[in-house]
Write a protein that binds this ligand. Sequence first.
Ligand code: COA
Length: 378
Amino acid sequence: MIGGSRSPSPQTYARGLENLVAGDTLISDIDGRTGRLLYRGYPIADLVERSTFEAVSYLILQGEIPTAAQLEDWENELRRWRRPPRAAFDALERVPRRAHPLAQYRTMLTVAACHTPEPENTTLDAQWRRPARILSWTAALAAAAIRHLDGLGPVEPSDDLGFAANFLYQTLGVIPPEDEIRAFEASLIVQAEHGLHAAAFAALVVISTGADLGSAVLAGMGALSGARHGGASQLAYEMMAGLRDADQARTWARAALGRGHRFPGFGHRVYRCPDPRVKALEGHAEAVLKNHGMEHRWQVYTALRDEVETVLGPKGIYANVDSITGLLYRPMGLPVSAFPIPFCLAIQTGWMAHCLEYLPDGPMIEPGAVYVGSTDNS
Ligand code: COA
């Protein structure tokens, strides 16, 4: 017998909250039927073409393209926070190297958060002081977590470099060629915001309780680590890396389709059409792979994409952004298990923007549940 005090109508209840909206926003506009993704009204392809990650993060957070003076202030603010507290790096020494880099990075951020100048201050002004610190600290911590996988120590930041180039420098220990920095920056730009997806919603729930922005970002990181979410880029790349050439990719994909395989890096809760982020990155991925003599990996990707989309496209399953980012990151020298990290680094911009947009008067998020157990066990 169904009991419980709340009994939502079918319109307000769906497992997985599918097709439910949890708020209104001015930050991004996503149309999953036409494949449109706009940040504050600007198409992502235009931003990739003309903008930097710094300018896009300003746009997402503040709502407008920065003037030259605003951009300079924001860049300086980001640069100011490039050196997280020593204690966060010390904490890494106690984390086993085999731990996933996302878990290492999350642990470091927790320690760093305890060393913030005003940890208990959750006034709106104090929350607005946090995004630059979180973006820059997490970039340095993420780079250190990736190096820790190989037993390497952290690299001092270079204040002459922009956000994307400095992250790559602190991760790899060398400055990559300009076209690779641009390709990497493009991946940060297209992954910087994506509405109230699972991780953004997790962050929003935390901020709605009166917690600080760092705690909200930590919640988002936990949600993002799952294989259905940010973990898919690693699995997608591993799937492609196991295939020798386009012929083998086609044969394997046909057999896998026949047994109902779930392909990592394909399908999306919102997009039932080609993912616009894939289109914005494919040219970069092809060029980077070619530069590194890895054309075969591009051929495997296109063969696999075409086979899967031919069969599953009519059902709304297309390659998603996680199928393509690894094709950029691996030739640049990032280890496979680190692929979710740049995604996390970029998308926390959107999480913070949603939190700050919600904060002034948003109520605590606390949905009910329909009790479906017995009411007469006495
Ligand atoms: N490969 C093959 N089939 C897939 C698929 C994939 N990657 N994703 C979804 N499908 C199929 C399901 O088998 C199901 O088929 P059915 O109706 O015949 O049973 C149908 O599409 C709907 O799947 P469902 O899991 O209900 O869709 P969803 O909207 O809840 O799923 C994802 C969204 C992202 C969880 C899902 O597409 C997925 O698991 N993708 C792989 C992981 C991934 O790349 N995640 C990153 C997203 S950015």
